[in-house]
Design a protein around this ligand. Sequence first.
Ligand SMILES: *Cc1c(COP(=O)(O)O)cnc(C)c1O
Length: 447
Amino acid sequence: MDADRAEEILPATNNGPCAMSETNATPMIGRQLARDLADVDPAVADAIRLETEKQAHKLVMIASENYSSEAVLQACGSVMSNKYAEGYPGKRYYGGCEFVDMTENLAIDRAKELFAAEHANVQPHCGTQANMGVYFAVLKPGDTLMGMELPHGGHLSHGHRLSFSGGMFNIVTYGVDRETELIDYDAMAEIAERERPKMIVVGASAYPRHIDFERCRAIADSVGAYLHADIAHPAGLVAAGLHPNPCPVADFVATTTHKTLRGPRGGLVMCKEEHAADLDRSIFPGIQGGPFEHLIAAKAVCFGEALTDGFKAYAAQIVANAQKLAGHLADSGFRIVSGGTDTHLLLVDVGQHDITGKDAEGWLNSAGIVVNKNTIPFDERSPFVTSGVRIGTPSITSRGMGADQMEAVACWIVRALESGGDDAALNTIAGEVRELSAEFPIYDWRL
Ligand SMILES: *Cc1c(COP(=O)(O)O)cnc(C)c1O
């Protein structure tokens, strides 16, 4: 929005009871509210302060997390949160939607540009609802849905029995090859031929390699299935041209906006024009009510950021960091699932060293490195114990860390895993982590 337009939209003065400032007002933003919160509700403010401190002092290496820009956080904490806007831009069931229409249209146009998509719906509240919206657009209860095994890297919403998707559809699964730990496309084709799914969903939460979407399209075509690609994890890499983009070949593409894309928590679905009306009806009024217009404004900011050259450089650094880290860990004798990574995440098989993923997660957390335990393909331990940890580089790359820091990070991870959970050793590492973290602030933390 240019300056002239801003003046037109925002009152130059506001002397009403809720006056925020004399002039030309920036909308209320997250940070201003957070400061006042300490007086209004100290208990909640305290928890937020503790979370802020943790995010500042520890190395967040959960592959699905990231630090949004301050601009994104400002939009999240804005007055757009107050607005009801059921419907779509220009076709709302509420009055007074002219300004949320602006931000929603910006989000839609930028998403289409970013992913070269024919149609975009920016309203899903999260990745799971994005997938639900896709399924309900073209499937009926009892239809066959084919998704990736959860222990091989798939997501709950792709047909797990504890998810609505598992209860509602007839689920068949595919997975990775035992030797290569790469998706077994030949087996996928055979299973599809046998089971005749109505939709094949590809995409994962813990798969470190690129996915061959064209191969998946050919398999879907061979049995007349819809192809749905869920790029929740690598979306930022796709946007930067560093990971194959499924939009040209898939019927539907869903993603979250808060992982590698570095936006607000939320979902996004794109599709071919022929499915646009079905998709939009499925999201609203099908499964959602009023859209979260503050988060949609923040999605617009995020997509705008992701269109810049700076974001492309950022995404390239995420991958370079993950590869560096995988190399260092492998050199220290840890087995990396599939032998490495093409993306922002790696899976370390700690089970080989007789360590459980659960212990590794706990020890690393005590050392100031936050990761999550994760099953590895053909894992013999339960999902609560696991033999692996999933490590991601998006957050530390957002802080500006590069190749030089990856060596130190890898050393700390190895030391923590070899400590056997020794408190003194883990505390020492936590102190060193804290020093490095202080050198790489991401916000004006106000601690
Ligand atoms: C994270 C993720 C989702 C779900 O996102 P939520 O916003 O947590 O609902 C869906 N699919 C995949 C593959 C994911 O990794």
